[in-house]
Design a protein around this ligand. Structure first.
Ligand SMILES: Cc1ncc(C[n+]2csc(CCOP(=O)(O)OP(=O)(O)O)c2C)c(N)n1
Length: 346
């Protein structure tokens, strides 16, 4: 059983990720990217969202670039990262906000980065997909699907080479799981017994491609056996299940047992990119919302008398206040000096 103090910290972390990303919707107007006549009707596909390079966020104060929300997937990042030490390292994908926050990045510099401010995690030059915070062991988001996975082998190899016990984690999606680079990474990690966790968030869609159209098997975890490492399927809506599976995998990695593949079955409520650019079947989405990871964990902690309704309301208020502070901080922060662009002229 998860100790009470840790459980409360986990609930709070899940709320921080959820409310942070919910707030992004206020600042991210995907219609700003579309030059079509009726954006309400037409701006439904990520292709249109991607054709947004010229968006003038400097004058609007809105968030520019592509934003991928992970609302609904919070139990995975929190269940895994709760086991990690400050000096452990994680690497993430294009859908990286939750991982960054779960590893300890502050909401203020994260939101400032999304708004392109100098106080942001990448000094305002990276945006949503390029949060980076080495201080908290967050080796960045990655816009190349699967590209983050081999990167996670670097710190794992370094830890082993130096005789340390740091662990590294690669978070990736079901789409990325089919990339060759992920398979090469799994092979080498198992061969060299590297202290890595391969955490696949199977949210049932790769962009707009349903899982069943890209893989012949119901589960991805059995692939791990082909490389000589354990593979487990967990309920990604149940933070306790993720916590337990990750606990074993982190212990194995830290004590020289090598890598583990964890497949967490989860779901994202929003579309691939932007806000409301959904492609999922609404009925399917509603079904998954019935097993919302935050609601499930709240119910469990109520049952265990760890927290009551009043406590949940208090926590909600205090997390919302933290998001308000992050918002004020980001909005008040300066944009980068435009003359810096000259430095990158080719
Ligand atoms: C190498 C590469 N191919 C294609 C793309 C375009 N692309 C961006 S996200 C994405 C889908 C990724 O799906 P998945 O790995 O399941 O992650 P999810 O978005 O579901 O979190 C694709 C195809 C890309 N960025 N990089």
């Amino acid at each position: 059983m998860i100790p009470d103090d840790i459980a409360l910290r986990m609930l709070r972390q899940m709320m921080r990720i959820r409310f942070f990303e919910e707030r992004l919707k206020d600042f991210y107007d995907y219609r700003g990217y579309c030059s079509i006549a009726d954006p309400e009707e037409e701006a439904r596909t990520s292709d249109q969202l991607m054709s947004c390079v010229g968006y003038d966020f400097a004058s609007s104060g809105m968030i520019g670039g592509a934003v991928h929300l992970s609302i609904g997937q919070e139990a995975v990042s929190v269940g895994v990262c709760t086991h990690l030490r400050h000096d452990d390292l994680i690497v993430s994908s294009h859908r990286s906000h939750g991982h960054a926050i779960a590893k300890g990045c502050g909401l203020k510099p994260a939101l400032a980065e999304l708004m392109g401010r100098t106080t942001g995690l990448s000094r305002g030059f990276g945006g949503s997909m390029h949060l980076f915070d080495v201080e908290h062991g967050f080796l960045g988001g990655n816009g190349i699907v699967g590209g983050q996975v081999p990167i996670a082998l670097g710190p794992a190899f370094a830890a082993k080479y130096r005789g340390g016990d740091q662990v590294s984690v690669a978070f990736f999606g079901d789409g990325a799981a089919n990339q060759g680079t992920v398979h090469e990474s799994m092979n080498l990690a198992a061969l060299w017994k590297l202290p890595v966790l391969f955490v696949c968030e199977n949210n049932l869609y790769a962009n707009t491609t349903p899982y069943g159209l890209s893989a012949a098997t119901n589960d991805l975890a059995p692939r791990a056996a082909g490389y000589g490492m354990p593979g487990v399927v967990v309920d990604g809506q149940d933070v306790t299940a993720v916590y337990e599976a990750a606990g074993e995998a982190v212990h194995r990695a830290r004590t020289g047992g090598g890598p583990t593949f964890i497949e967490a079955k989860t779901y994202r409520y929003e579309g691939h990119c932007g806000v409301s650019a959904g492609h999922q079947n609404p009925a399917e989405c509603e079904e998954w919302k019935k097993r919302d990871p935050i609601v499930l964990f709240e119910a469990l902690l109520r049952e265990r008398d760890v927290i009551d309704d009043e406590g949940i309301a208090g926590m909600t208020q205090s997390v919302l206040a933290e998001v308000d502070e992050a918002e004020a901080f980001a909005i008040e922060s300066p944009l980068p000096d435009p003359s810096l662009l000259d430095a990158f002229e080719v």
